[in-house]
Write a protein that binds this ligand. Structure first.
Ligand SMILES: Nc1ncnc2c1ncn2[C@@H]1O[C@H](COP(=O)(O)OP(=O)(O)OP(=O)(O)O)[C@@H](O)[C@H]1O
Length: 248
């Protein structure tokens, strides 16, 4: 089932939360593919299913129905140990809550996934990724000694240092000022352009979406629009049109 242009593909992806009257259909039979070596933004109103899509596509959450493929592996067909190994070897994550280990230094946090996988990170790779995210002079600091922006950039460096095939980022710039945001977005963009990685990023920010090659819009757990070569202005216009539809 390898599809050479798609790095990530989901078909009929369905995820429900709760039950009975309280049931929420977070994803309603979503079909979408994310191209290899491309940067895709996922946007949509609050509650439209963006994070659920990302978590299911990344193998962090199990859908109720449907399939997830990453490269030629059916992620939804893997048992827990195989899934854990697969994620560790092939997938990077950047989440808004940073998830840095407080007792480790920035350098140790960045190399943690590789350490857990028993892989060495060449010192020049650590230096180069830390330099790219602007935390080279903070590598000996613990998370509590870093600003929010620095922590998020360390989390980005951690996701990218092992050069995973695909990086999933859930609002990676959500809590950052515009300068720190630009640093994170440039890093994600470079990982696509220079290293050929595939990036899928949830964002509410049209400026952030403007860094992507494509924007997939969700509403009510479905893909409702696909925009190629987005600009911040075009994304903003599209989001306003969605808001007007909702208000009417
Ligand atoms: N653990 C959960 N238990 C119950 N309902 C949930 C859970 N996680 C998500 N939901 C519901 O599923 C729907 C989709 O949530 P999701 O977090 O994917 O949306 P989102 O588009 O990422 O939203 P936001 O932009 O606000 O982060 C929402 O209605 C949400 O309330």
């Amino acid at each position: 089932m390898t599809n050479s242009s798609s790095m990530v593909r989901v078909t009929g992806l369905t995820r429900r939360y709760g039950g009975g009257d309280a049931e929420v259909l977070a994803l309603d039979a979503v079909d979408v593919a994310f191209d290899r070596g491309r940067f895709t933004a996922v946007m949509g109103p609050s509650g439209s299913g963006k994070s659920t899509l990302l978590h299911c596509a990344a193998g962090l959450d199990r859908p109720d129905a449907g399939q997830v493929w990453i490269d030629d592996v059916e992620v939804t067909g893997l048992g827990e140990p195989a899934l854990t190994h697969f994620r560790r070897d092939r997938v990077g994550f950047v989440f808004q809550s940073f998830n840095l280990v407080p007792t480790l230094t920035a350098a140790e946090n960045i190399t943690l996934p590789a350490d857990l996988a028993g892989r060495d990170v060449p010192p020049q790779d650590l230096t180069s990724v830390a330099g790219a995210v602007g935390v080279l002079d903070r590598l000996d600091h613990r998370p509590s000694q870093l600003s929010g922006g620095q922590r998020q950039r360390v989390a980005c460096a951690r996701a990218l240092v092992g050069r995973p095939d695909v990086v999933f980022a859930d609002e990676p710039t959500g809590s950052l000022d515009s300068r720190a945001s630009a640093g994170v977005l440039r890093l994600l963009r470079d990982s696509v352009d220079a290293a050929g990685q595939t990036v899928v990023m949830v964002t509410h920010d049209p400026v952030a979406a403007g860094y992507a090659d494509r924007v997939v819009f969700l509403a009510d757990g479905r893909v409702v629009e696909d925009m190629a070569e987005p600009t911040a202005a075009a994304v903003l216009t599209r989001l306003r049109a969605f808001d007007e539809q909702v208000v009417r």
